[in-house]
Write a protein that binds this ligand. Structure first.
Ligand code: SF4
Ligand code: SF4
Length: 475
Protein backbone atom coordinates (compact mmCIF):
# COMPACT_ATOMS: atom_id res chain seq x y z
CA UNK A 1 0.00 0.00 0.00
CA UNK A 2 1.31 3.42 -0.94
CA UNK A 3 1.33 5.80 2.07
CA UNK A 4 -0.77 9.04 1.83
CA UNK A 5 1.02 12.15 0.83
CA UNK A 6 2.43 13.97 3.81
CA UNK A 7 2.61 10.74 5.84
CA UNK A 8 5.43 10.73 8.37
CA UNK A 9 6.54 7.39 9.81
CA UNK A 10 6.24 7.14 13.60
CA UNK A 11 9.39 7.99 15.46
CA UNK A 12 10.54 5.07 17.71
CA UNK A 13 10.61 6.00 21.38
CA UNK A 14 14.01 7.35 22.44
CA UNK A 15 16.16 4.52 23.79
CA UNK A 16 17.01 4.99 27.44
CA UNK A 17 20.38 6.66 27.77
CA UNK A 18 23.05 3.98 28.09
CA UNK A 19 25.40 4.28 31.01
CA UNK A 20 28.51 2.18 31.14
CA UNK A 21 29.40 1.20 34.68
CA UNK A 22 32.85 -0.25 35.14
CA UNK A 23 33.12 -2.90 37.82
CA UNK A 24 36.87 -2.57 37.78
CA UNK A 25 38.44 -0.30 40.38
CA UNK A 26 42.09 0.41 39.88
CA UNK A 27 44.27 -0.14 42.92
CA UNK A 28 45.17 2.98 44.84
CA UNK A 29 48.56 2.80 46.46
CA UNK A 30 48.45 3.09 50.24
CA UNK A 31 51.10 5.14 51.99
CA UNK A 32 50.78 4.19 55.66
CA UNK A 33 52.03 6.85 58.03
CA UNK A 34 54.40 5.63 60.74
CA UNK A 35 53.02 5.57 64.24
CA UNK A 36 54.28 5.02 67.76
CA UNK A 37 52.47 3.95 70.88
CA UNK A 38 51.58 0.97 73.00
CA UNK A 39 50.29 -1.33 70.23
CA UNK A 40 53.03 -0.28 67.84
CA UNK A 41 55.55 -1.29 70.52
CA UNK A 42 53.82 -4.64 70.90
CA UNK A 43 53.99 -5.17 67.15
CA UNK A 44 57.70 -4.31 67.02
CA UNK A 45 58.26 -6.60 70.00
CA UNK A 46 56.66 -9.42 68.01
CA UNK A 47 58.71 -8.50 64.92
CA UNK A 48 61.93 -8.85 66.96
CA UNK A 49 60.80 -12.03 68.68
CA UNK A 50 59.55 -13.86 65.58
CA UNK A 51 62.55 -12.83 63.47
CA UNK A 52 65.03 -13.70 66.21
CA UNK A 53 63.51 -17.17 66.24
CA UNK A 54 63.25 -17.49 62.44
CA UNK A 55 66.71 -16.15 61.52
CA UNK A 56 68.46 -17.48 64.63
CA UNK A 57 67.21 -21.07 65.03
CA UNK A 58 69.02 -22.62 62.04
CA UNK A 59 72.35 -21.41 63.45
CA UNK A 60 71.86 -23.13 66.81
CA UNK A 61 73.93 -26.27 67.36
CA UNK A 62 72.85 -29.38 69.25
CA UNK A 63 75.82 -31.67 69.82
CA UNK A 64 77.47 -32.20 66.44
CA UNK A 65 74.48 -31.14 64.36
CA UNK A 66 72.03 -28.32 63.66
CA UNK A 67 69.46 -28.10 66.46
CA UNK A 68 66.46 -27.78 64.10
CA UNK A 69 66.80 -29.55 60.79
CA UNK A 70 64.13 -31.09 58.58
CA UNK A 71 66.30 -33.41 56.52
CA UNK A 72 63.91 -34.43 53.76
CA UNK A 73 66.59 -36.42 51.87
CA UNK A 74 67.17 -38.88 54.72
CA UNK A 75 63.63 -38.45 56.09
CA UNK A 76 64.77 -37.40 59.56
CA UNK A 77 63.47 -34.40 61.44
CA UNK A 78 65.74 -33.11 64.17
CA UNK A 79 64.20 -30.85 66.82
CA UNK A 80 66.78 -30.30 69.55
CA UNK A 81 67.06 -33.72 71.30
CA UNK A 82 64.24 -35.30 69.29
CA UNK A 83 64.82 -37.35 66.15
CA UNK A 84 61.54 -37.90 64.32
CA UNK A 85 60.79 -40.19 61.38
CA UNK A 86 57.93 -39.87 58.86
CA UNK A 87 56.18 -42.49 61.06
CA UNK A 88 55.95 -39.77 63.73
CA UNK A 89 53.53 -37.86 61.49
CA UNK A 90 51.07 -37.86 64.39
CA UNK A 91 53.17 -35.15 66.08
CA UNK A 92 52.95 -32.93 63.01
CA UNK A 93 49.19 -33.46 63.08
CA UNK A 94 49.24 -32.52 66.77
CA UNK A 95 51.16 -29.31 66.04
CA UNK A 96 48.68 -28.38 63.30
CA UNK A 97 45.70 -29.04 65.59
CA UNK A 98 47.33 -26.95 68.36
CA UNK A 99 48.00 -24.10 65.89
CA UNK A 100 44.42 -24.15 64.61
CA UNK A 101 42.94 -24.24 68.12
CA UNK A 102 45.25 -21.42 69.26
CA UNK A 103 44.04 -19.36 66.32
CA UNK A 104 40.39 -20.04 67.27
CA UNK A 105 41.13 -19.12 70.88
CA UNK A 106 42.98 -15.87 70.10
CA UNK A 107 40.33 -14.89 67.57
CA UNK A 108 37.48 -15.52 70.02
CA UNK A 109 39.29 -13.42 72.65
CA UNK A 110 40.63 -10.53 70.61
CA UNK A 111 39.80 -10.86 66.92
CA UNK A 112 42.65 -10.80 64.45
CA UNK A 113 45.50 -10.74 66.97
CA UNK A 114 47.53 -13.07 64.77
CA UNK A 115 47.07 -10.79 61.72
CA UNK A 116 47.93 -7.60 63.55
CA UNK A 117 51.01 -8.76 65.41
CA UNK A 118 52.54 -12.07 64.32
CA UNK A 119 51.53 -12.98 60.77
CA UNK A 120 54.61 -13.04 58.47
CA UNK A 121 52.78 -10.74 56.06
CA UNK A 122 52.41 -8.10 58.81
CA UNK A 123 55.91 -8.66 60.18
CA UNK A 124 57.72 -8.37 56.82
CA UNK A 125 55.55 -5.46 55.71
CA UNK A 126 56.53 -3.68 58.93
CA UNK A 127 60.23 -4.35 58.23
CA UNK A 128 59.93 -3.27 54.59
CA UNK A 129 58.03 -0.10 55.58
CA UNK A 130 60.76 0.74 58.06
CA UNK A 131 63.40 0.38 55.31
CA UNK A 132 61.22 2.45 52.96
CA UNK A 133 60.97 5.20 55.54
CA UNK A 134 64.76 5.25 55.96
CA UNK A 135 65.28 5.95 52.24
CA UNK A 136 62.14 7.80 51.21
CA UNK A 137 60.84 9.42 54.39
CA UNK A 138 57.40 9.16 55.96
CA UNK A 139 54.02 9.15 54.23
CA UNK A 140 53.83 12.76 52.99
CA UNK A 141 57.43 12.82 51.69
CA UNK A 142 56.83 9.55 49.84
CA UNK A 143 53.57 10.81 48.33
CA UNK A 144 55.21 14.07 47.21
CA UNK A 145 58.19 12.26 45.68
CA UNK A 146 56.01 9.73 43.85
CA UNK A 147 53.97 12.57 42.33
CA UNK A 148 57.09 14.27 40.98
CA UNK A 149 58.78 13.36 37.66
CA UNK A 150 61.86 11.16 37.64
CA UNK A 151 64.93 12.78 39.14
CA UNK A 152 68.34 11.66 40.32
CA UNK A 153 67.21 11.94 43.95
CA UNK A 154 64.16 9.75 43.25
CA UNK A 155 66.19 7.15 41.33
CA UNK A 156 68.91 6.66 43.92
CA UNK A 157 66.49 6.49 46.83
CA UNK A 158 64.24 3.96 45.17
CA UNK A 159 67.16 1.91 43.84
CA UNK A 160 68.79 1.78 47.27
CA UNK A 161 65.48 0.82 48.89
CA UNK A 162 64.90 -2.02 46.42
CA UNK A 163 68.45 -3.30 46.86
CA UNK A 164 68.03 -3.46 50.64
CA UNK A 165 64.59 -5.07 50.23
CA UNK A 166 66.10 -7.67 47.92
CA UNK A 167 68.94 -8.37 50.34
CA UNK A 168 66.48 -8.92 53.23
CA UNK A 169 64.22 -11.04 51.01
CA UNK A 170 67.06 -13.26 49.77
CA UNK A 171 68.42 -13.68 53.30
CA UNK A 172 64.93 -14.75 54.30
CA UNK A 173 64.85 -17.29 51.44
CA UNK A 174 68.33 -18.53 52.39
CA UNK A 175 67.26 -18.93 56.03
CA UNK A 176 64.14 -20.82 54.98
CA UNK A 177 66.22 -23.32 52.98
CA UNK A 178 68.58 -23.54 55.98
CA UNK A 179 65.83 -25.40 57.86
CA UNK A 180 66.05 -28.21 55.29
CA UNK A 181 69.79 -28.24 54.45
CA UNK A 182 72.43 -27.65 57.15
CA UNK A 183 72.76 -23.87 56.96
CA UNK A 184 76.53 -23.74 57.37
CA UNK A 185 77.01 -26.15 54.45
CA UNK A 186 74.50 -24.09 52.49
CA UNK A 187 76.54 -20.95 53.21
CA UNK A 188 79.69 -22.66 51.95
CA UNK A 189 77.89 -23.93 48.86
CA UNK A 190 76.65 -20.38 48.24
CA UNK A 191 80.19 -18.97 48.48
CA UNK A 192 81.51 -21.70 46.16
CA UNK A 193 78.49 -21.22 43.84
CA UNK A 194 77.71 -24.93 44.16
CA UNK A 195 74.18 -24.85 45.59
CA UNK A 196 71.91 -27.53 44.13
CA UNK A 197 69.18 -26.46 41.72
CA UNK A 198 66.46 -27.12 44.35
CA UNK A 199 68.30 -25.01 46.93
CA UNK A 200 68.64 -22.17 44.41
CA UNK A 201 64.99 -22.50 43.40
CA UNK A 202 63.61 -22.40 46.95
CA UNK A 203 65.95 -19.58 48.06
CA UNK A 204 64.80 -17.41 45.16
CA UNK A 205 61.17 -18.52 45.32
CA UNK A 206 60.81 -17.77 49.04
CA UNK A 207 62.93 -14.62 48.67
CA UNK A 208 60.87 -13.21 45.81
CA UNK A 209 57.63 -14.14 47.57
CA UNK A 210 58.82 -12.07 50.54
CA UNK A 211 59.93 -9.20 48.27
CA UNK A 212 56.66 -9.18 46.34
CA UNK A 213 54.30 -9.66 49.29
CA UNK A 214 55.94 -7.22 51.72
CA UNK A 215 57.19 -4.69 49.17
CA UNK A 216 54.32 -4.48 46.69
CA UNK A 217 51.26 -6.59 47.52
CA UNK A 218 51.05 -5.61 51.20
CA UNK A 219 47.40 -5.08 52.19
CA UNK A 220 46.25 -6.82 48.98
CA UNK A 221 47.40 -10.13 50.45
CA UNK A 222 45.25 -9.56 53.55
CA UNK A 223 42.26 -8.31 51.57
CA UNK A 224 42.19 -10.68 48.62
CA UNK A 225 44.51 -13.64 49.10
CA UNK A 226 44.40 -14.70 52.74
CA UNK A 227 41.63 -17.26 53.43
CA UNK A 228 41.73 -16.52 57.16
CA UNK A 229 40.42 -12.98 56.50
CA UNK A 230 37.31 -14.55 54.98
CA UNK A 231 36.30 -16.88 57.77
CA UNK A 232 37.65 -15.16 60.87
CA UNK A 233 34.45 -13.17 61.36
CA UNK A 234 32.65 -16.49 61.94
CA UNK A 235 34.69 -16.80 65.15
CA UNK A 236 33.72 -13.35 66.43
CA UNK A 237 30.82 -12.74 68.75
CA UNK A 238 29.57 -9.77 70.74
CA UNK A 239 32.17 -10.38 73.45
CA UNK A 240 35.21 -10.46 71.16
CA UNK A 241 37.66 -7.60 71.67
CA UNK A 242 37.90 -5.69 68.39
CA UNK A 243 39.22 -2.27 67.39
CA UNK A 244 36.19 0.00 67.67
CA UNK A 245 35.49 3.69 67.14
CA UNK A 246 33.31 5.10 69.92
CA UNK A 247 30.71 6.75 67.71
CA UNK A 248 28.62 7.98 70.63
CA UNK A 249 31.59 9.92 71.96
CA UNK A 250 33.17 10.93 68.66
CA UNK A 251 30.19 12.26 66.66
CA UNK A 252 29.43 14.77 65.33
CA UNK A 253 33.03 15.01 64.27
CA UNK A 254 34.66 18.26 63.21
CA UNK A 255 37.77 20.40 63.35
CA UNK A 256 38.17 22.86 66.19
CA UNK A 257 40.87 24.82 67.92
CA UNK A 258 42.77 23.08 70.67
CA UNK A 259 41.66 25.79 73.07
CA UNK A 260 37.98 25.60 72.11
CA UNK A 261 35.61 24.49 74.87
CA UNK A 262 34.02 21.29 73.60
CA UNK A 263 30.95 21.79 75.80
CA UNK A 264 30.02 24.97 73.95
CA UNK A 265 30.50 23.40 70.50
CA UNK A 266 28.01 20.97 69.14
CA UNK A 267 30.83 18.52 68.43
CA UNK A 268 31.99 15.11 69.60
CA UNK A 269 35.56 14.18 70.47
CA UNK A 270 36.64 13.33 66.89
CA UNK A 271 38.55 16.28 65.44
CA UNK A 272 38.33 14.73 61.96
CA UNK A 273 42.10 14.86 61.51
CA UNK A 274 42.02 11.64 59.41
CA UNK A 275 45.20 10.39 61.07
CA UNK A 276 43.49 7.08 61.87
CA UNK A 277 42.99 6.55 58.13
CA UNK A 278 46.54 7.67 57.27
CA UNK A 279 48.19 5.14 59.60
CA UNK A 280 45.95 2.26 58.58
CA UNK A 281 47.96 -0.36 56.66
CA UNK A 282 44.82 -1.44 54.80
CA UNK A 283 43.65 2.12 54.14
CA UNK A 284 40.23 1.87 55.80
CA UNK A 285 38.35 4.35 57.95
CA UNK A 286 37.54 2.59 61.21
CA UNK A 287 34.95 5.30 61.94
CA UNK A 288 32.68 3.57 59.41
CA UNK A 289 32.48 0.54 61.70
CA UNK A 290 34.15 -2.88 61.69
CA UNK A 291 35.25 -3.90 58.20
CA UNK A 292 36.68 -7.23 57.09
CA UNK A 293 39.84 -5.43 55.89
CA UNK A 294 40.71 -4.44 59.48
CA UNK A 295 43.61 -6.59 60.65
CA UNK A 296 43.27 -5.38 64.25
CA UNK A 297 46.76 -3.89 64.34
CA UNK A 298 45.83 -1.05 66.71
CA UNK A 299 47.73 1.62 64.71
CA UNK A 300 44.60 3.80 64.64
CA UNK A 301 44.24 3.35 68.42
CA UNK A 302 47.80 4.60 68.99
CA UNK A 303 47.50 7.62 66.73
CA UNK A 304 44.07 8.62 67.98
CA UNK A 305 45.33 8.43 71.57
CA UNK A 306 48.09 10.92 70.69
CA UNK A 307 45.46 13.23 69.17
CA UNK A 308 43.30 12.92 72.28
CA UNK A 309 46.37 13.70 74.43
CA UNK A 310 47.10 16.84 72.41
CA UNK A 311 43.50 17.98 72.64
CA UNK A 312 43.38 17.26 76.38
CA UNK A 313 40.54 14.71 75.91
CA UNK A 314 40.32 11.28 77.48
CA UNK A 315 42.02 8.51 75.52
CA UNK A 316 40.09 5.63 74.00
CA UNK A 317 38.01 7.24 71.25
CA UNK A 318 39.27 4.27 69.23
CA UNK A 319 40.01 1.25 71.40
CA UNK A 320 39.94 -2.52 71.77
CA UNK A 321 36.52 -3.28 73.17
CA UNK A 322 33.52 -5.53 72.57
CA UNK A 323 30.17 -4.87 70.94
CA UNK A 324 28.37 -5.68 74.19
CA UNK A 325 30.66 -3.37 76.17
CA UNK A 326 29.89 -0.49 73.79
CA UNK A 327 26.15 -1.07 73.90
CA UNK A 328 25.96 -1.54 77.66
CA UNK A 329 28.64 0.96 78.63
CA UNK A 330 30.67 -1.55 80.60
CA UNK A 331 33.83 -0.64 82.45
CA UNK A 332 37.11 -2.22 81.38
CA UNK A 333 36.93 -4.73 84.25
CA UNK A 334 33.38 -5.77 83.25
CA UNK A 335 34.47 -6.09 79.63
CA UNK A 336 37.39 -8.38 80.46
CA UNK A 337 35.18 -10.49 82.75
CA UNK A 338 32.81 -11.12 79.85
CA UNK A 339 35.69 -11.99 77.53
CA UNK A 340 36.29 -15.09 79.69
CA UNK A 341 33.07 -16.70 78.49
CA UNK A 342 32.25 -20.45 78.15
CA UNK A 343 33.42 -20.62 74.53
CA UNK A 344 36.86 -19.25 75.47
CA UNK A 345 37.12 -21.58 78.47
CA UNK A 346 36.18 -24.61 76.33
CA UNK A 347 38.81 -23.71 73.69
CA UNK A 348 41.40 -23.24 76.46
CA UNK A 349 40.55 -26.58 78.08
CA UNK A 350 40.73 -28.49 74.77
CA UNK A 351 43.99 -26.76 73.86
CA UNK A 352 45.57 -27.47 77.25
CA UNK A 353 44.48 -31.15 77.03
CA UNK A 354 45.99 -31.62 73.57
CA UNK A 355 49.24 -29.87 74.56
CA UNK A 356 49.51 -32.05 77.67
CA UNK A 357 48.73 -35.23 75.71
CA UNK A 358 51.38 -34.37 73.17
CA UNK A 359 54.00 -33.62 75.83
CA UNK A 360 53.26 -36.87 77.65
CA UNK A 361 53.35 -38.82 74.40
CA UNK A 362 56.69 -37.26 73.43
CA UNK A 363 58.15 -38.01 76.86
CA UNK A 364 56.98 -41.64 76.90
CA UNK A 365 57.75 -42.28 73.25
CA UNK A 366 59.83 -45.40 72.47
CA UNK A 367 63.10 -44.16 70.94
CA UNK A 368 63.05 -46.64 68.06
CA UNK A 369 60.61 -47.90 65.45
CA UNK A 370 60.14 -51.20 63.69
CA UNK A 371 58.33 -52.08 60.46
CA UNK A 372 57.70 -55.75 59.71
CA UNK A 373 57.30 -56.89 56.12
CA UNK A 374 56.85 -60.53 55.12
CA UNK A 375 59.45 -61.46 52.55
CA UNK A 376 57.29 -62.16 49.49
CA UNK A 377 60.19 -63.76 47.65
CA UNK A 378 60.40 -66.59 50.18
CA UNK A 379 57.15 -68.38 50.93
CA UNK A 380 56.67 -70.54 54.01
CA UNK A 381 58.81 -73.65 53.60
CA UNK A 382 59.93 -76.80 55.33
CA UNK A 383 63.57 -76.82 56.39
CA UNK A 384 65.97 -79.32 57.89
CA UNK A 385 64.82 -80.87 61.14
CA UNK A 386 61.20 -80.94 59.91
CA UNK A 387 60.60 -77.36 60.89
CA UNK A 388 58.53 -74.75 59.12
CA UNK A 389 60.27 -71.50 58.33
CA UNK A 390 58.90 -68.04 57.39
CA UNK A 391 61.17 -65.16 56.40
CA UNK A 392 60.49 -61.53 57.27
CA UNK A 393 62.22 -58.22 56.73
CA UNK A 394 62.41 -55.98 59.77
CA UNK A 395 63.20 -52.31 59.31
CA UNK A 396 64.63 -51.09 62.62
CA UNK A 397 64.92 -47.30 63.02
CA UNK A 398 67.12 -45.92 65.76
CA UNK A 399 65.72 -42.54 66.89
CA UNK A 400 68.55 -41.83 69.33
CA UNK A 401 71.90 -40.25 68.71
CA UNK A 402 73.93 -43.25 69.89
CA UNK A 403 74.40 -46.74 68.36
CA UNK A 404 71.91 -49.23 69.78
CA UNK A 405 71.52 -53.02 69.97
CA UNK A 406 68.06 -54.54 69.70
CA UNK A 407 67.03 -58.08 70.68
CA UNK A 408 64.33 -59.74 68.57
CA UNK A 409 62.12 -62.53 69.94
CA UNK A 410 58.85 -64.01 68.67
CA UNK A 411 55.66 -65.10 70.42
CA UNK A 412 52.23 -66.34 69.40
CA UNK A 413 52.77 -70.06 68.64
CA UNK A 414 54.35 -72.84 70.74
CA UNK A 415 58.02 -73.45 69.88
CA UNK A 416 58.29 -70.32 67.68
CA UNK A 417 61.93 -69.10 67.57
CA UNK A 418 64.15 -66.66 65.67
CA UNK A 419 66.54 -68.89 63.73
CA UNK A 420 68.71 -66.07 62.33
CA UNK A 421 70.78 -63.53 64.26
CA UNK A 422 68.52 -62.18 66.99
CA UNK A 423 70.54 -59.14 68.06
CA UNK A 424 70.72 -56.25 65.62
CA UNK A 425 73.07 -53.28 65.84
CA UNK A 426 71.84 -49.98 64.35
CA UNK A 427 73.99 -46.84 64.12
CA UNK A 428 72.80 -43.54 65.60
CA UNK A 429 69.74 -42.03 63.84
CA UNK A 430 70.04 -44.71 61.16
CA UNK A 431 67.59 -47.30 59.89
CA UNK A 432 68.57 -50.86 59.02
CA UNK A 433 66.63 -53.59 57.20
CA UNK A 434 67.41 -57.08 58.47
CA UNK A 435 66.12 -60.43 57.17
CA UNK A 436 64.73 -62.52 60.05
CA UNK A 437 64.05 -66.26 59.77
CA UNK A 438 61.37 -67.56 62.12
CA UNK A 439 60.92 -71.31 62.66
CA UNK A 440 58.29 -73.48 64.35
CA UNK A 441 57.82 -77.27 64.72
CA UNK A 442 55.98 -78.81 61.73
CA UNK A 443 52.97 -79.81 63.82
CA UNK A 444 52.68 -76.44 65.54
CA UNK A 445 49.32 -75.61 64.02
CA UNK A 446 46.90 -76.48 61.23
CA UNK A 447 47.82 -75.31 57.71
CA UNK A 448 46.96 -71.61 57.20
CA UNK A 449 47.81 -68.23 58.60
CA UNK A 450 48.38 -67.73 62.33
CA UNK A 451 48.82 -64.54 64.31
CA UNK A 452 52.25 -63.98 65.86
CA UNK A 453 54.18 -61.08 67.35
CA UNK A 454 57.72 -59.75 67.15
CA UNK A 455 59.01 -58.50 70.50
CA UNK A 456 61.86 -56.01 70.16
CA UNK A 457 63.85 -54.81 73.18
CA UNK A 458 66.50 -52.09 73.20
CA UNK A 459 69.54 -53.53 75.01
CA UNK A 460 71.51 -50.29 75.45
CA UNK A 461 68.59 -48.09 76.48
CA UNK A 462 65.04 -48.52 77.62
CA UNK A 463 62.25 -49.36 75.22
CA UNK A 464 60.16 -52.29 74.10
CA UNK A 465 57.98 -52.69 71.01
CA UNK A 466 55.54 -55.37 69.92
CA UNK A 467 54.79 -55.69 66.19
CA UNK A 468 52.05 -57.96 64.86
CA UNK A 469 52.53 -60.28 61.90
CA UNK A 470 51.38 -63.69 60.63
CA UNK A 471 53.09 -67.08 60.42
CA UNK A 472 52.08 -69.28 57.48
CA UNK A 473 51.91 -73.08 57.84
CA UNK A 474 51.90 -74.76 54.38
CA UNK A 475 49.64 -77.72 53.52
S1 SF4 B 1 42.49 9.92 64.70
FE1 SF4 B 1 40.86 10.09 66.21
S2 SF4 B 1 40.35 12.23 66.16
FE2 SF4 B 1 41.53 11.89 64.30
S3 SF4 B 1 39.97 11.42 62.76
FE3 SF4 B 1 40.57 9.48 63.62
S4 SF4 B 1 39.08 9.13 65.25
FE4 SF4 B 1 38.95 11.30 64.74
S1 SF4 C 1 41.38 0.10 61.15
FE1 SF4 C 1 42.91 0.40 62.74
S2 SF4 C 1 43.24 -1.65 63.61
FE2 SF4 C 1 42.15 -1.90 61.67
S3 SF4 C 1 43.80 -2.28 60.20
FE3 SF4 C 1 43.35 -0.07 60.15
S4 SF4 C 1 44.79 0.80 61.62
FE4 SF4 C 1 44.78 -1.38 62.00
Amino acid sequence: MVPDEGYEPPVPPQAAEEVLISLYASHEKIYPRSVSGLFSNWRWGMVFLTQLVFYGLPWLEWGQRQAILFDLGSRRFYIFGLVLYPQDFIYLTGILVISALSLFLFTAVAGRLWCGYACPQTVYTEIFLWIEKKFEGDRSARMRRDAKPLSLDKVWRKTAKHLVWLAVALWTGFTFVGYFTPIKDLGLEFLQMSMSSWEVFWTFFYGFATYGNAGFMREQVCKHMCPYARFQSAMFDKDTLIVTYDEERGEPRGARSRKADITTLNLGACVDCSLCVQVCPTGIDIRKGLQYECIGCGACVDVCDTVMDKMGYARGLIKYTTENAMQQHWTQAQTFRHVLRPRVLVYTAILATIVMAMLVSLTLRTPFKVNVVRDRGVMAREVAGGKIENVYRLQVMNATEAPQRYKITVTGLPGLVVASEDVVMVASTEARVVPVRVQAPADVAAPGSHAMQFQIDALDSSGHLTEKSVFLVPR
